[in-house]
Design a protein around this ligand. Structure first.
Ligand SMILES: Nc1ncnc2c1ncn2[C@@H]1O[C@H](COP(=O)(O)OP(=O)(O)OP(=O)(O)O)[C@@H](O)[C@H]1O
Ligand SMILES: [Mg+2]
Length: 1114
């Protein structure tokens, strides 16, 4: 199809959807838009697109038409074109506006065919497929060097970063992944003739997501760094960027610290084949700033950064070490260093011993059968060892950096995870001189092409066969033969190379070539000068072999193949590195540890690469693939230049034509019958809502109903195949419309149901409410009525009964009145008849009777109301004045009687009598004389309160003093006669004496015979102070000291008891003085004792002695 391709050629993209799954992905993305708006959107996109956005719709399908379409689109800055879901990207070599945040929003959650072709559409589809369908995804970016793979991978990553969650941790992970790019590019990218920022290592970046589609972390796997670039670069190429960045940006002091100079040509490793060329578009200074920021971002610490810069400097300085041969008696060839400065600087930078380094660089230890011998190295071998050391240092440092980046983005959260892998691996390379690295790189690209063929072309054709669907077979080149030529065990090039490396005896690159010629010469994709037809072909050097790759013929020069494959460093150098104190070297050169005696050879570089590529392929095939195929428009790295030949070459080897053909020859859509039926069953009345027959018939029924012709679809064994995407879109459109209809119906029914349910609920509630309310009203009415009826009844009955009652009363009154009247009348009549006799005869009799009756009534009343039998009781029933005298007489008689009864009682109970006698004595002594007497009357006397009679200590005292009977005991306060202070004592009154005892020990302090007791004094107040006056001149110490003053409990009882026993023993009246002024004797001195009421309330009487006076405040 030429430039004038009609726009009516169907939908813009996805016309060739490879399989049903892809279609599902689109179908789901549609879910949010209406059919009309979607169609409108599709049209408007079609209007905006230049040429054909999806090559599947190209007509006619020729290489020329395809190229023209790509060119036309490219000239209009439309660098992305689809083949189904494969994106073809042509490097624009200029900044486009196609990556702004507005564009991101345009592609966000939109179906692939709803928008213009873009990487974003693929990235979005992969992301949503992962988030919503939980299927791991990989995005394989392929194309030759400089075609824009690395840029494409960054665009994908940036898109994913902007559409997935914006939480802090999510952002951190994505930023870390994005920021790792400048760091790894500085160390792993270099300027080549094809690309100013060519990736010299392969990178597979895997981002892991949680179930919500938020990135949790990731992992970067790196593949074979092109280390040979470190020691030599082709003309017009550069070493890795980091060297130039460091020399251009580091401050003078930093350079001095690293023993470096700013001039690039001071370094052998930077001079390259064509010497240093300063002019370059690369901004090393700005890039170095990004690298420093990235180092911080991935968590490198200051000492680690310093260690890295030292290693970079060490590599540069190592390159400057040169050798010259020397004659030695015992050696055939030997060498020595040219100058010491370089090795000194190296020793400084690596913090190692200069002598050890020098020895390791110029000599080598060789194991013989018996011993280890040291052999001097020739100049050539020493240079080789130096370069090997530089490569090992740099390569291990690069691996360590990747490891550190991985540490910072490692997923720590547990739980199920899904991942998107982005593969940006070095592109296919054909240089003038192709070596081991190009061989490895191109092998990797062969494998990627293989996986592409497997997953798109081959599997597609296989499916048609499996399903028994007729289709037009498309021939394409299956590069599995080339892959076999390289990797097949025993016969493959890598296997032969490994054999040669491990073989004992004389081994060289040429013996390797010879071996290959022997084994592979017959292979149609292998050739060398040993082939008959190329025997005299001068374009192929003798030390080279040629492989016919899917992307073209490449001649590989075998020089260095063996050494590069061995990738070994001799033991002395490893040990020298291990002996250095540099922060990272012990980690990098573990094999140099003298303790490490392992003689196991390290696997060869080819073997390692093959293993990691096979691992990668396994990983990629386990995921759902998405392809971005990058094309380089020109070799000049210039924008707006479209080199037809160059692009056509890439179109051919990428197999894009075959890709389009396979898609066009086949069917755009396929899906299992049951899934198709499930999806489109609403489009035919027979299948909606349920189809009971086999799904295949159901699907055919739908097709028939929609009048889709037989040509338009084919029935496979388990799937339906639809030829034209337009048909699928029409089906989808109709489905959408039907869904709208069905949704409206469901909505209607549901709303009806909801309304009816609400109505029924309301009605039910209203009924319940109304019935309850009515019930309540009726209840109230009934209760009111009942109450009224009862009231009425009761009033009425009351009325009737009252009437009856009144009638009865009235009757009785009448009867009574009649009786009275009758009585009076009879009386009047009798009196009238007997008036003469009444005064003389009946009067006295009546008076007598009346008096008799009154007397009887008085006596009966008195008998009924007699007072209690207590002699103290004063009450007497009142009486008429008629009987006042008799009543008084009877009262006295009654009192005499009850007193005699009381006395009689007393005689019957001697104990009581004794108590009463004591109380009588107390009464006589104190009644009306001491204030506290009244309170003591009601309280019975206690006597021996302390129960001394039962106390063994008292018994001892009593036995000694012959005082058996204790009449009173209690704890008293003995008032000090001299000072008035108080001391607690036990006072015991016996029938013979009173004793003052120590309350603790119960030992007698004083014993005074009651015969010597003169009198007892106490005040009229409420106090409890008692004075025992001792007869002057009495016998005994105690008596001589004077009178005793006690503050005693139960003072009334004490004095009464003392009075009684004293009277008994002295047989004379005993004096008890009750006065507020008395005297007491202290030895011979008389002290006046005055009792006074205290103005304040006191808990206990207060005694104060003042000369011959003592005052007691009560
Ligand atoms: N989408 C793009 N927009 C603008 N410039 C681009 C784009 N893609 C690539 N380029 C330009 O092309 C150059 C080379 O691209 P890139 O480094 O991605 O190639 P590559 O395929 O990775 O090559 P290699 O295989 O050598 O690593 C970039 O440095 C950039 O200048
Ligand atoms: Mg790259």
């Amino acid at each position: 199809m030429g430039e004038e391709t009609p726009k009516e050629n169907g939908p813009v993209t996805t016309a060739a959807v490879t399989n049903g799954d892809d279609h599902d992905r689109q179908g789901e993305a549609e879910a949010d838009g209406g059919a009309a708006s979607r169609l409108a959107r599709r049209k408007s996109i079609r209007d905006q697109i230049t040429g054909i956005g999806d090559l599947v719709l190209l007509d006619p399908l020729t290489e020329e038409a395809l190229l023209t379409n790509l060119r036309r689109r490219y000239s209009n800055d439309e660098i992305y074109t689809y083949i189904g879901l494969v994106v073809i990207s042509i490097n624009p070599y200029k900044s486009l506006k196609a990556y702004s945040s507005d564009v991101v929003q345009e592609y966000r959650s939109r179906s692939v065919y709803e928008t213009k072709p873009h990487i974003y559409a693929i990235a979005d589809s992969a992301y949503r497929w992962l988030r919503d369908k939980h299927q791991n995804q990989c995005i394989i970016i392929s194309g030759e060097s400089g075609s824009g793979k690395t840029e494409a991978s960054k665009i994908v990553m940036r898109y994913v970063a902007s559409v997935c969650g914006k939480e802090k941790e999510v952002d951190r992970v994505m930023q870390m992944l994005l920021q790792s790019n400048p760091l790894l590019e500085a160390f792993g990218n270099a300027k080549t003739t094809r690309n100013d920022n060519s990736s010299r290592f392969g990178k597979y970046m895997e981002i892991e997501f949680n179930f919500k589609g938020e990135p949790l972390g990731g992992e970067i796997t790196n593949y074979l760094l092109e280390k040979s670039r470190l020691v030599a670069q082709a003309e017009g190429e550069r070493n890795f960027h980091i060297f130039y960045q460091l020399l251009a940006s580091a401050a003078v002091s930093q350079l001095q610290g690293l023993r470096l100079k700013r001039e690039l040509d001071a370094y052998h490793y930077l001079r390259g084949a064509g010497g240093v060329r300063e002019e370059s578009d690369i901004n090393d200074k700005a890039n170095f700033k990004d690298v420093e920021l990235a180092m911080v971002a991935v968590g490198l610490k200051k000492p680690e950064m310093r260690a890295i810069f030292r290693l970079i400097a060490a590599v540069l300085i190592l390159g400057n070490i040169s050798f010259s041969s020397v004659e030695r008696a015992d050696e055939d060839e030997a060498c020595e260093l040219n100058g010491r400065q370089a090795v000194q600087d190296l020793g400084f930078l690596l913090e190692g011993d200069e002598a050890i380094l020098e020895k390791a660089l110029t000599e080598k230890t060789v194991d013989t059968l018996k011993e280890q011998v040291t052999v001097a190295l020739s100049v050539e071998k020493a240079m080789f060892a130096r370069d090997a050391l530089a490569k090992a240092l740099y390569g291990r440092m690069f691996n360590w950096l990747v490891h550190r980046v991985n540490n910072s983005i490692k997923v720590t959260a547990a739980g199920k995870r899904k991942s998107i892998g982005v593969l940006d691996i070095y592109g296919f390379e054909i240089f003038k001189l192709n070596s081991f690295e190009q061989f490895i790189i191109n092998y990797c690209n062969e494998k990627l092409q293989q996986i592409f063929i497997e997953l798109t072309l081959h599997s597609e054709q296989e499916e048609y066969e499996r399903e028994g669907v007729k289709w037009e077979h498309i021939d394409y080149f299956n590069n599995v033969v080339v892959c076999d030529l390289i990797e097949k065990p025993n016969t493959g090039v890598l296997s032969i190379l490994d054999d040669e490396c491990l073989r004992p005896g004389e081994v060289s690159d040429m013996t390797f070539l010879h071996k290959m010629d022997q084994r592979c010469l017959k292979h149609e994709h292998y050739s060398s000068r040993a082939s008959k037809q190329l025997h005299s072909d001068k374009t192929l050097p003798r030390n080279a072999f040629r492989i016919k790759h899917y992307a073209g013929n490449v001649a590989y020069c075998v020089d260095g193949f063996i050494d590069k494959n061995k990738d070994s460093l001799h033991r002395d150098l490893s040990r020298a590195m291990y002996s250095c104190d540099h922060l990272l070297l012990k980690l990098f050169f573990i094999e140099g540890d003298p303790e490490n005696k392992s003689l196991k050879r390290a696997p060869t570089a080819g073997y390692q690469f093959k293993a990691s590529v096979s691992e990668l392929m396994k990983n990629l095939t386990s995921k759902n693939p998405n392809y971005i195929r990058c094309i380089k428009p020109n070799d000049l790295k210039k924008p707006n230049k479209f080199d037809d030949d160059l692009v056509l070459h890439q179109v051919r080897y990428l197999g894009l034509m075959e890709n389009v053909r396979v898609r066009r020859a086949g069917y755009a859509f396929r899906q299992a019958y049951n899934l198709t039926l499930e999806r489109f069953k609403m489009l035919a009345p027979k299948t909606w809502p349920m189809w009971k027959g086999p799904p295949r018939q159901g699907v055919v029924e739908i097709m028939k109903h929609l009048k889709i012709t037989n040509k338009e679809y084919a029935c496979g064994r388990s799937k339906i195949f639809i030829r034209n995407p337009k048909t699928v879109f029409d089906l989808e459109d109709q489905r959408r419309e039907s869904l709208n209809r069905i949704a409206t119906l469901i909505q209607t029914v549901y709303r009806g149901y909801v309304c009816r349910t609400r109505f029924l609920a309301l009605r039910w509630a209203t009924n319940i409410f109304a019935s309850n309310w009515k019930c309540l009203l009726q209840q109230r009415q009934f209760l009111a009525l009942r109450w009224a009826a009862v009231m009425f009844q009761s009033y009425y009955r009351g009325l009737v009964e009252r009437r009856k009652y009144n009638a009865i009363i009235y009757g009785r009154k009448c009867e009574w009145a009649a009786t009275i009247i009758h009585k009076y009348y009879l009386g009047w009549k009798v009196r009238k008849e007997n008036r003469k006799k009444l005064r003389s005869v009946a009067g006295p009799i009546l008076t007598r009777c009346a008096r008799k009756w009154l007397r009887r009534r008085f006596l009966f009343n008195l008998r009924a109301n007699l007072p209690s039998s207590s002699p103290t009781h004063q009450e007497w029933p009142p009486c008429s004045p008629l009987f006042r005298d008799a009543s008084k007489l009877l009262k006295d008689l009654h009192h005499t009687w009850r007193c005699s009864l009381y006395r009689q009682n007393m005689e019957d109970n001697p104990r009581r009598k004794a108590i009463f006698l004591e109380k009588l004595v107390a009464s006589k002594t104190f009644s009306g004389r001491k204030a506290c007497y009244v309170a003591s009357v009601g309280k019975p006397f206690v006597g021996d309160e302390l129960r001394l009679a039962n106390d063994s200590r008292w018994m001892t005292i009593a036995a000694a003093t012959n005082d058996p009977l204790v009449v009173w005991s209690g704890t008293v306060m003995k008032i000090h006669r001299a000072s008035g202070t108080c001391v607690p004592k036990v006072l015991a009154i016996t029938s013979k004496a009173f004793l003052v005892l120590d309350p603790k020990t119960m030992k007698s302090t004083y014993r005074v015979s009651l015969l010597n007791l003169l009198a007892v004094s106490c005040s009229t107040l409420k106090d409890n102070i008692v004075v025992f006056h001792i007869k002057p001149g009495s016998e005994g110490d105690a008596a001589k000291k004077g009178d005793f003053l006690f503050q005693a409990p139960r003072v009334i009882e004490l004095v009464t008891k003392v009075k009684r026993v004293a009277q008994d023993i002295q047989r004379a009246a005993f004096t008890v003085n009750i006065s507020n002024q008395t005297e007491f004797r202290v030895k011979e001195q008389q002290v006046q004792l005055n009792f006074k009421p205290s103005p304040q309330r006191l808990d206990a009487p207060l005694c104060k002695r003042n000369g011959a006076k003592m005052e007691v405040l009560v």
